[in-house]
Design a protein. Structure first.
Length: 224
């Protein structure tokens, strides 16, 4: 009986090591953001993606709903620097809170980033969220990365820090800053958002909506 228990314990320990080794690295929030932000934790988010999968999830007091990866820029006007005549890939979604929905949509270049993932350094994407409170526009192109909310522009920079220590070459998330940090978003599954405390409700909603675009982004080859 003792031998059996030892065998079971060893098997569980081995499984724990294997599963731990396969776990996705999580983003470590920069100290200046972590100390001055509200954290919006993700729950009920599936790893699956596709036409028959409900990709909605909860994000703090918000809900991400109506995720549609069949949206194309030929269905509507283009986003950012791309016109509907030249871009075809994209997705749409909505950020729901307090009985209202803030629609968002993103468009990206239609080039494959290869099998098995992609490098955020080569991503070119534009996202827009527009509702009663105003508009947010996120651009990640050759000229740089920026987030504009109303008349205010924030610089978007990658975060490579990994929770537990160390860094990795592909960003685990991004931060947005003007004269002070706006917040940050984790882009590895399941994701998380940090928002500077005391933001006006409209700014808060638009920032979260734009960050969700990065959380939902997948390489074109993975959107099938």
């Amino acid at each position: 009986m003792t031998s059996f228990r030892l065998l079971v314990t060893a098997a569980l320990s081995f499984a724990s090591i294997v599963l731990g080794g396969c776990a996705t690295p999580r983003m470590a929030a920069p100290a200046d953001i972590a100390s001055a932000s509200d954290v919006l934790v993700v729950s009920d988010r599936s790893r699956a993606s596709g036409a028959f999968v409900n990709e909605g999830f909860k994000l703090g007091s918000y809900e991400v709903v109506d995720v549609d990866r069949k949206w194309t820029s030929t269905d509507s006007t283009g986003i950012g620097p791309w016109s509907k005549e030249t871009k075809t890939t994209g997705f749409s979604y909505a950020l729901a809170s307090k009985g209202k929905k803030l629609p968002g949509k993103c468009s990206s270049e239609s080039s494959s980033h290869g099998i098995g993932g992609f490098n955020w350094g080569s991503v070119k994407i534009a996202c827009a969220c527009e509702g009663e409170g105003g508009k947010a526009e996120l651009l990640m192109i050759d000229e740089g990365r920026s987030l504009k909310i109303g008349d205010k522009e924030y610089k978007v920079q990658p975060i490579n820090a990994v929770a537990g220590g160390g860094t990795q070459s592909n960003p685990t998330g991004f931060r947005a800053d003007a004269e002070a940090p706006l917040g940050a978003v984790e882009v590895v599954h399941p994701g998380q958002v940090w928002l500077s405390k005391g933001l006006p409700d409209a700014t808060r909603d638009q920032a979260v909506c734009a960050f969700v675009g990065l959380m939902l982004y997948k390489a074109p080859s993975d959107n099938l």
